[in-house]
Design a protein around this ligand. Structure first.
Ligand code: BG6
Length: 486
């Protein structure tokens, strides 16, 4: 088992994130034996007045794919403590509950661990962290650790983010703070380092000599769905691009780390972020879908983008001249996330007139995880003709018996194990905000206007035009369809 004597505290226990992501992730870890009854206790904390059973019933409906008995065993590990986020009383109660559990335990290894998961709006992070610091730390008489998981948004721009980092930095050491970006927990994101640095095939190709452009794309086929008021204060760049897509960008563009040590990897991510040139307005398209402002919580004059396509340029030897197009949008025609690396044309090509497209290496993060390489092949048959085809590694086919873990499940386990590789370091967060803050301020000030697009489409036409301008060549007459099991 992983744990010794472990107390996991979910703050904001009755909220959406906790119900939909945190508790189900803990449940999956429990199911797989990583969290064991007798070694782990889970505490939910929130303001609502609830009983233990009240909380358990709220969670139950989100725990799928298991027998009732298993679910009940898990729910029995959960206790509820109610209190406010800024007064000592509640946190004293919480500490008492944790201590009571710790003393009741026959703990031979003698170490005690406390993990706090802040499933809360960031406005209360500073006060909650102060309370944890004052009332709930692992007592110094115990060996073991106290760790805190926090979730974006980490501020709204460079200044507010730095302020938050400074506040948290006074209370916790960097090795106690786990800044989650759940994209780093996705299987194919975690595969990027292996793919790039363990395959001879890619090493000589992964640079400006061979790659024409890179797209990192996030699409959702639904809108802001009732969270419009919240979303409107952030917009798609802060919600998706500055964090999720930028993390993916780092792993695609960074140099090879000295080793797999988390600090070595994160050092390289910081370096590539620092090599990104200032974003130019003419290399940005922002959009807002028709109907977004029908949400009564969204102001009528909102310019907040629900779609953005932003070109990043990396000023270094490897990438000079290669546009990285980061695109994200809500209310589009499909739901998917992918990385699309487009190679240059083959020089001295003798098939000129018959060619339909370029080589493209596509890493499909979700859904239907896959990697495929678009190739030009001879069209099978008597004629000498070419067509686009693919080398296809679809996970559903290749790994039929493997259940791909959820991002949150993996990241919580990493936290318990003390592995910060897949978490965002403070200087990395700063570098990320440095890239986007000038653009975000210009959008907030109305210097860039969102163009409108129809829900259910590819997004603004202007974005496709920009991709073409960046040299992206769309393949015609070819669509990759995820293979399905017969
Ligand atoms: C969250 C965003 O971070 O990621 C949401 O706040 C978005 O707006 C979600 O829907 C997407 O996550 P996933 O894992 O479904 O791609």
């Amino acid at each position: 088992s992983e744990s010794g004597c472990l107390s996991i505290v979910v703050l904001g226990a009755s909220g959406d994130l906790a119900k939909k992501k945190t508790f189900p992730a803990l449940f999956h870890l429990f199911q797989q034996g990583f969290l064991q009854a007798g070694e782990v206790h889970i505490f939910g904390y929130a303001r609502s007045n609830l009983s233990d059973d009240g909380l358990r019933e709220r969670i139950r409906g989100y725990l799928k794919g298991a027998s009732d008995e298993h679910v009940s065993q898990f729910l029995q590990l959960i206790k509820y403590v109610s209190g406010s986020y800024d007064s000592g009383e509640g946190f004293e109660l919480l500490n008492n509950a944790i201590s009571e559990y710790e003393t009741s335990k026959n703990n031979e290894s003698g170490s005690y661990h406390r993990l706090f998961y802040l499933a809360l709006p960031p406005s209360v992070y500073p006060s909650v962290c102060k309370m944890i610091r004052s009332y709930c730390m692992n007592p110094s008489s115990h060996t073991g650790w106290t760790r805190v998981i926090v979730e974006k948004p980490f501020g709204k721009d460079l200044d507010s983010s730095e302020k938050l980092s400074a506040e948290l930095g006074k209370l916790f050491e960097e090795d106690q703070l786990y800044r989650i970006d759940h994209y780093l927990g996705k299987e194919l994101v975690q595969n990027l380092l292996v793919l790039r640095f363990a395959n001879r095939l890619f090493l000589p190709l992964w640079n400006r000599d061979n790659i024409a452009n890179v797209q990192i794309v996030f699409k959702e086929d639904f809108g802001t769905e009732g969270r419009g008021g919240y979303f409107d204060q952030y917009g798609i760049i802060r919600d998706i691009i500055q964090n999720h897509l930028l993390q993916v960008f780092c792993l695609v563009a960074m140099e090879k780390p000295v080793s797999l040590k988390p600090e070595h990897i994160r050092d390289e991510k910081v370096k590539v972020l620092q090599s990104v040139e200032p974003i130019k307005h003419e290399e940005v398209v922002i959009g807002q879908y028709d109907g977004y402002k029908d949400d009564p919580t969204v102001p009528d004059e909102s310019n907040t983008p629900t779609y953005a396509s932003v070109v990043l340029r990396v000023h270094n030897e490897r990438w000079e001249g290669v546009p990285f197009i980061l695109k994200a949008g809500k209310a589009l025609n499909s739901r998917k996330a992918e990385i699309r690396v487009q190679f240059k044309d083959a020089p001295g090509d003798i098939f000129r007139c018959k060619k339909q497209g370029r080589n493209e290496f596509v890493i499909r993060l979700q859904p239907s995880e896959a990697m495929y390489m678009k190739l030009t092949v001879k069209k099978p048959g008597l004629e000498m003709a070419t067509e686009q085809s693919e080398l296809d590694l679809s996970y559903g086919m290749r790994y039929q018996d493997v259940k791909i873990p959820e991002a949150y499940e993996r990241l919580i386990l990493d936290t318990i194990r003390g592995d910060q590789q897949h978490f965002v370091r403070r200087d990395e967060l700063r570098a990320a905000w440095e890239i986007f803050t000038p653009l975000l301020h210009d959008i907030d000030d109305g210097k860039l206007k969102s163009v409108s697009y129809k829900p259910g489409t590819r997004g603004p036409q202007e974005a496709d035009e920009m991709s073409r301008r960046m040299g992206y060549m769309q393949t015609h007459g070819y669509i990759w369809v995820p293979p399905t099991l017969a």
